[in-house]
Design a protein around this ligand. Structure first.
Ligand code: ANZ
Ligand code: ZN
Length: 808
């Protein structure tokens, strides 16, 4: 018997596939299309570990399946190679980021090929390729021209270790996502994109997407739309007012103090009136080092300082109430000021208790001696509004004292980084003309070669030191100009890359409109759940902008989204060099083969859930493939003429029952692939193959099994397929069709009619022949009695249903 030698089979077929171009996407806009996209990786120096390809294998299975269903499939791959990780890696290893990135990308590609991923590499893109980032820069220019990119001097998040500004989205619990350092606020010149202008569309259009409710909910929370009211409180002995944002205008009569965020500009303005300035300034500097989570957690101890000497008037009842600063109020949400209603808000309640501030009940229904009552109810202690229900009162009180206002948690996107390894922002600062866009014909603005990539830490990018590059003529007046030296964040290039795969080499436009219309939107997008907010919000924003300026035809980029669960190490921890628990796919492929790795990763558990690696279980997947191989060997040992029907060993599964199971499996595997239930698809396979071992399986049924398995184990199935004498690649075959008649049950009801009249019904096994049916029928008394003394002139049989007898 021939051995299943994956080391021989796998590289052989990969070479043949490449030569035949079976992964190539057809350059047509006519056939039915299907676009399957992976979140592309940034190529890190460590290469892939076995956790990375879980998503890639799923899309590979899916795209092979769709191709067998007759679709023109686009399944591309590329690299997201700008950004801090690549740059930090390069600095650490003292090589240029460009060199490091190219080396790493090459390694990634080799590993992906080794796993048999069928990418169309002729469409490969890399965000650091000037021919690619030309269009990232071009889109930025269009945003600039449309007023969506602006300069800001507000304090931004600054990572003292990475020495760069960061967007809110780049923080984890107030720490730099990359290095874990506590982020500071630092005032700096920044380029910012007005993503908030798109907040409502980003929110509303979620409803049309075939995404899980949980991802949609994360996006909703991230956007954080809140309908409320702004109310102004006059400061005594001052012209200034304090404006607060509240969602509970109905509690206005219960305000017993007002709280400003420590960073609120008013605090500095009121300095001369504040009697305890020393205490105030000390508190402000302490607040700076706390994270947002620490500041706003309900159960954290609240701290604050009263601004002594400041009083304000409640517009509703004229009461004079004190003003405090506290870090539980955030500077960049709402107005950075809160009207405190301790009777009806938990944080205000805790704060008032701690500092013995009055608690005034204005909504009935609770027991404020014990805790804040946060629900709705009838108003009390609220003058002419007494007796109104909260909801009605909110409207009425707003009419008199406030202004309706919608607040968003989403902030404009801080879009500049003070680092080398990113797309240069294509703007020129002119002494006379101000900020001037680089003319489109001069794009791309290429990154210059430099000697040092290290961040300067001064808030300027290392590019600022390249005098030759920085000094340019102003495109408008020809006078002295200087290039913008900030670069774009890593998220820029990944916000639109899926469009470039459609038309990767186009020199004239970002993407040809006709091609875009055909291929867009992405039908299936697969990647890690960590991208549920940032990347997927940025990309949707970028896409909607391109839609608005007529570059693309649809207003959403990704129709269906699937999140892949992480593969943990066998010790249950994240795979990491730090823990020494990384499993290298090269080893696995060498030991048991790429097909085993693929089958195992699809089998190990529900696709969207975390799961720990187990080498033992992987061996089980190999055994399954061994069985598939062994069954095939039975065919090769016979002479070619006796290929139909091999003798079984025990015949404990009947041929009929096997066919039923086979068709059930076709149905199940088809549905499971479509629903990303790969693990149950593989279990169904295992059951099928076990019974295939115990029956007389025909060649054509065996071929059906191979076709079903082809997307999962492409090399093994191709090898057997070829050995069976097939010339065309199995991956170009049609997907097997399930014969529903075989599914109903393993028993059929046969009707017998004599001369057009129904005379008997009885059960027969599925697959019964006319002869078998006749034999049973003629023995039945209710049939035979009609046939006494008659000759049967004609017999007709509708397979599996009706036997008709005509007599003379
Ligand atoms: C008075 C009030 C009374 C409030 C009451 C609540 C209950 P969302 O839904 O998240 O928008 N708030 C406003 N700006 C804030 C800031 N910058 N930092 C911290 N908290 C802030 O929440 C809106 C509510 O959060 C507002 O309504 C305000 O407290 C608080 F019985 O105003 B409320
Ligand atoms: Zn100029």
């Amino acid at each position: 018997m021939n051995e299943y030698n994956h080391l021989k089979i796998e590289p052989k077929w990969r070479k043949i596939w490449e030569k035949k171009g079976i992964n190539k996407t057809k350059d047509t806009t006519k056939d039915s299309k299907f676009y399957v996209l992976d979140m592309f990786p940034y190529p890190s120096g460590d290469g892939l570990h076995v956790g990375h390809p879980r998503g890639y294998i799923s899309t590979d299975v899916y795209s092979r399946y769709m191709r067998m269903q007759g679709f023109n499939v686009l399944h591309p791959m590329g690299f997201d190679a700008f950004g801090l990780p690549a740059e930090n890696y390069a600095i650490k290893n003292k090589i240029s980021p460009d060199f490091a990135m190219k080396k790493n990308a090459k390694r990634y590609k080799e590993q992906m090929n080794m796993i048999g991923l069928n990418y169309d590499w002729s469409r490969e893109i890399n965000t650091t390729d000037p021919n690619y980032y030309k269009w990232t820069q071009w889109t930025f220019l269009q945003m600039f021209k449309n007023g969506l990119a602006y300069e800001s001097f507000e304090p931004i998040n600054w990572c003292p270790s990475c020495k760069t500004g960061l967007a809110n989205e780049d923080l984890e619990d107030g720490k730099c996502e990359r290095c874990g350092t506590q982020v500071e606020k630092k005032p700096m010149r920044q380029w910012v994109l007005r993503i908030t202008k798109y907040a409502d569309r980003l929110l509303n259009d979620l409803k049309d997407l075939n995404w899980s409710e949980n991802v949609k909910e994360s996006q909703r929370n991230w956007i954080g739309r809140s309908e409320g009211v702004e109310i102004e409180f006059q400061i005594l002995n001052s012209k200034s007012k304090i404006k607060v944002f509240t969602t509970r205008a109905d509690t206005l009569f219960g305000v017993t103090y007002v709280v400003l965020a420590p960073e609120n500009k008013l605090v500095q303005e009121l300095k001369s009136q504040i009697k305890n300035w020393g205490e105030v300034i000390k508190y402000i500097s302490e607040a700076k080092v706390k994270t947002e989570i620490e500041r706003t957690a309900i159960n954290k101890d609240k701290t604050g300082v009263e601004l002594k000497g400041i009083l304000i008037t409640n517009p509703a009842n004229g009461e004079k109430v004190p003003v405090w600063i506290s870090d539980y109020v955030l500077a960049d949400y709402g107005t950075g000021a809160v009207m405190a209603v301790p009777a009806h808000d938990e944080r205000d309640y805790a704060f008032a208790k701690k500092y013995s501030l009055p608690i005034k009940e204005v909504i009935s229904g609770g027991n404020i001696a014990e805790s804040a009552y946060v629900g709705n109810g009838k108003l009390i202690n609220s003058d002419k509004f007494n007796g109104l229900e909260s909801e009605k009162a909110r409207i009425e009180i707003t009419k008199v004292f406030g202004q309706e206002k919608i607040s968003y948690k989403l902030k404009d996107w801080v879009f500049s980084r003070q680092r080398y390894w990113g797309e240069p922002i294509p703007l020129i600062h002119c002494e006379k003309c101000g900020v001037v866009p680089v003319p489109e014909k001069d794009l791309p603005v290429k990154l210059p070669d430099v000697k040092f990539y290290e961040p300067t830490g001064t808030g300027e990018s290392p590019l600022a030191a390249i005098i030759k590059w920085v000094n340019v003529k102003c495109p408008k007046c020809g006078g002295k100009g200087k290039r913008e030296t900030n670069t774009m964040p890593q998220w820029a290039g990944s916000s639109w890359y899926y469009l470039r795969y459609i038309d990767p080499k186009n020199k004239k436009v970002l993407v040809d409109k006709k091609k875009e219309k055909y291929w867009s939107p992405v039908d299936l997008y697969v990647g890690g759940g960590e991208h549920n907010t940032r990347h997927l919000i940025y990309a949707r924003f970028w896409h909607k902008f391109l839609y608005d300026i007529g570059v693309v035809n649809y207003n959403e980029p990704f129709t269906k989204l699937m999140s892949v669960g992480m593969i943990l190490a066998s010790d249950g921890r994240k795979m990491s060099k730090r823990w020494g628990n990384v499993v290298n796919p090269d080893e696995v492929v060498k030991n048991v083969g790429a097909d085993t790795l693929r089958v195992y990763e699809m089998f190990m558990g529900p696709f969207d859930q975390e799961i720990a690696w187990s080498t033992d279980n992987m061996v089980g997947s190999r055994r399954f493939l061994d069985k598939v191989w062994r069954i095939g060997q039975n065919f090769f040992q016979k002479s070619p003429s006796s290929l139909n029907g091999i003798p079984n060993r025990s015949e404990d599964v009947s041929k009929e029952n096997f066919e039923i199971l086979l068709h059930k499996t076709i149905k199940k595997v088809t549905e499971d692939i479509l629903n990303f239930n790969f693990n149950t698809a593989i279990s169904a396979f295992m059951i099928l193959v076990n019974s295939a071992e115990k029956t007389e399986i025909t060649k054509s049924n065996y071929e059906i099994i191979l076709k079903l398995l082809a997307p999962f184990a492409p090399h093994l199935t191709e090898e057997i397929w070829a050995n069976l004498g097939n010339k065309k690649s199995i991956h170009m075959e049609n997907w097997p069709k399930c014969d529903d008649s075989k599914l109903v049950s393993d028993k059929l009801i046969i009707n017998v009619q004599i001369n057009g009249r129904p005379r008997a019904t009885f059960e027969m096994p599925v697959g019964c022949t006319q002869d078998e049916v006749e034999k049973v029928a003629l023995k039945l008394p209710e049939i035979s009695k009609w046939l006494i003394g008659k000759n049967i002139k004609k017999k007709m049989f509708i397979k599996g249903r009706i036997l008709t007898l005509i007599t003379d």
